[in-house]
Design a protein around this ligand. Structure first.
Ligand SMILES: *[C@@H]1O[C@H](CO)[C@@H](O)[C@H](O)[C@H]1NC(C)=O
Ligand SMILES: *[C@@H]1O[C@H](CO)[C@@H](O)[C@H](O)[C@H]1NC(C)=O
Ligand SMILES: *[C@@H]1O[C@H](CO)[C@@H](O)[C@H](O)[C@H]1NC(C)=O
Ligand SMILES: *[C@@H]1O[C@H](CO)[C@@H](O)[C@H](O)[C@H]1NC(C)=O
Length: 390
C-alpha cells in the first residue's frame, strides 16, 4: 500500500531548492519521523505589482498598449543597451532595492519563456505601464494591467506553483516571499487630473483619495489572504514636478496642486499600511516614500550631483514637447547621469538610485545586512538576459 515518494530538485545559483512530492501515507510517516520542517525549502524571491515605474517588459508583450518603452533609447544604460521594457535608461527603483537586498530580479509575467522553475528561482513581476489602483485609470492606453488584474494573474501563478510543488510547499514559498506594491501616480495623472475621466468631476480631492484608499485596502487584504506577509508599498514622488506637468504652465514651474495630492496620498497610505500591519497577524506591511528627498533633488540638483531637474534627457525637441515618450528620433542629453528625468514622466537611473536608498532607509526590514549582501549589484540571470535581448 505504501506508494513511492519522489524528490524533485531544482538547482539554483544559491544552492538547492528541494521539494518532495509524495503520497499522503508517506508524508504522514515523514512528519512522524520529524522531517516535517524539511518539506519544501526554497529561495526567497519577490513578487512585484506596479506601473511603468516598475514594469520590466509586460507592456512590451501587450501589442495594443499605447504605454510602451520598447523603442530606443529606453534601456540604453542597461545590459546590452537595447530596449527591455523598462521605462527608464537603466534600473528601476524595485531593481535597485532588490539588488541591495541580494534578491533576484523577477522577470516579467508575460515573458514567453516563463515556467515554474523560473518563478521558483526569481519570483515574478506583474507591473504594467499605465496601470493604477483603480480599474478605470489609464483607459486611453487601451491595454495595461491594473492592480486588480495583476492580483488575479498572481492567483493564477499560485495555482501553477501549487500544482508543481504541492500546496504546503507553495504556501511556505509565498509566505516567505517579499512583495512590492507601487502604484498611484497614474490614478492622478491619467485619471483624476484629466477632465475626460468621470472620477475627475465625481470626486473632491479628499473624496478621491478616500476612494483610492478603500480600494487599496481591499487589494492589500486580498494579497494577505493569498499569503503575502512581507510587503512594501512605495509612496509617490512630487509628481507635479515631472516635465510633463511643468509644461502645463507658461513659467514651467512645478504644479503645486498636483504635489499636494501626492502628499495627501502618501499620508493616507502610510496610515493604511500601519493599520494593516497592526491588525493582520504576522503581517509586516510597510510604507516607504522618497518625496522629500526627490523634492530637494529637484530644487537643488547640483547639491546631489545633477545638472538638470526640469527637462527630460531624452526629448524630441523643445518646440514639440511634450512628445509622449522618448522615441528613436529623439535627441539625448550629453550626460545621462546629470539629468533627474529620463523622459516626460520617468526618473533616470541615477535619480532612481537616490529614491531606492531613501526607501531602504525608511523601511527598516529592507535594510540590507552588510554581511550577506554583495557589494556589486548581481548581474541579471541568464533567463532575464534572454528576455532583455528579445
Ligand atoms: C476590476 O477588474 C477586475 C478584473 O481585472 C474585476 O474582477 C473587478 O470586478 C473589477 N472591479 C471593479 C470595482 O470594477
Ligand atoms: C503566524 O505565525 C505563526 C508562527 O510562525 C504561525 O503558527 C501562525 O499560523 C501564523 N498565523 C497567520 C495568520 O499567518
Ligand atoms: C550644466 O548644464 C549647462 C547647460 O544647461 C552647461 O553649460 C554646463 O556645462 C553643465 N555642467 C555640467 C557640470 O555638466
Ligand atoms: C547579519 O546576519 C547575520 C546572520 O544572518 C547575523 O549574525 C548578523 O548579526 C547580521 N548583521 C547585522 C548587521 O544585522
Amino acid at each position: 500500500m505504501i506508494e513511492s515518494s519522489s524528490a524533485v530538485v531544482y538547482r539554483t545559483s544559491m544552492g538547492l531548492c528541494s521539494f518532495r512530492t509524495m503520497a499522503t501515507v508517506t508524508a504522514i510517516m515523514l512528519l512522524l519521523l520529524g522531517f516535517g520542517s524539511e518539506m519544501g525549502s526554497c529561495k526567497v524571491v519577490q513578487f512585484i505589482f506596479g506601473d511603468s515605474l516598475s514594469d520590466v517588459g509586460n507592456n512590451k508583450f501587450l501589442p495594443r498598449s499605447l504605454a510602451q518603452a520598447s523603442l530606443p533609447w529606453y534601456g540604453i544604460d542597461f545590459g546590452d543597451g537595447l530596449p527591455n521594457g523598462r521605462f527608464t535608461n537603466g534600473r528601476t527603483v524595485a531593481d535597485l532595492i532588490g539588488d541591495k537586498m541580494g534578491l533576484p530580479r523577477p522577470p516579467a509575467f508575460l515573458n514567453p519563456d516563463l515556467d515554474e522553475n523560473m518563478i521558483l528561482e526569481n519570483g515574478l513581476n506583474y507591473a504594467s505601464g499605465g496601470g493604477g489602483i483603480l480599474n478605470e485609470t489609464g483607459q486611453w492606453f487601451i491595454q495595461k494591467f491594473s492592480l486588480y488584474k495583476q492580483i488575479e494573474l498572481f492567483q493564477g501563478t499560485q495555482e501553477m506553483i501549487s500544482k508543481k510543488i504541492g500546496t504546503e510547499a507553495a504556501n511556505k514559498f509565498f509566505a516567505e516571499a517579499h512583495y512590492v506594491v507601487a502604484l498611484g501616480s497614474n490614478d492622478f495623472i491619467n485619471n483624476y487630473l484629466q477632465p475626460v475621466y468621470a472620477d475627475s468631476w465625481k470626486y473632491t480631492s479628499t473624496g478621491f483619495i478616500n476612494y483610492l484608499m478603500s480600494t487599496l485596502e481591499g487589494q492589500l487584504k486580498l494579497l494577505y489572504k493569498l499569503g503575502a506577509r512581507r510587503l512594501v508599498f512605495f509612496g509617490l514622488g512630487p509628481m507635479g514636478c515631472i516635465p510633463l506637468q511643468r509644461v502645463l504652465s507658461s513659467s514651467g514651474e512645478c504644479q503645486e496642486n498636483t504635489n499636494q495630492l501626492a502628499i495627501s496620498f502618501n499620508k493616507a497610505s502610510d496610515k493604511l499600511l500601519n493599520s494593516l500591519s497592526k491588525s493582520l497577524p504576522n503581517a509586516s506591511f510597510r510604507f516607504g516614500d522618497a518625496y522629500d528627498v526627490v523634492k530637494d533633488v529637484i530644487y537643488n540638483p547640483q547639491k546631489h550631483g545633477f545638472n538638470n531637474s526640469d527637462t527630460p534627457c531624452c526629448s524630441f525637441g523643445e518646440n514639440i514637447r511634450p512628445a509622449l515618450t522618448c522615441i528613436p528620433a529623439s535627441v539625448l542629453c550629453q550626460d545621462r547621469s546629470k539629468y533627474v528625468f529620463w523622459d516626460e514622466y520617468h526618473p533616470s537611473d541615477k535619480a532612481n538610485e537616490i529614491i531606492a536608498n531613501e526607501i531602504i532607509s525608511k523601511v527598516s526590514f529592507l535594510r540590507p545586512n552588510a554581511t550577506d549582501v554583495p557589494a556589486e549589484a548581481p548581474a541579471p540571470s541568464p533567463a532575464l538576459d534572454q528576455t532583455i535581448k528579445q
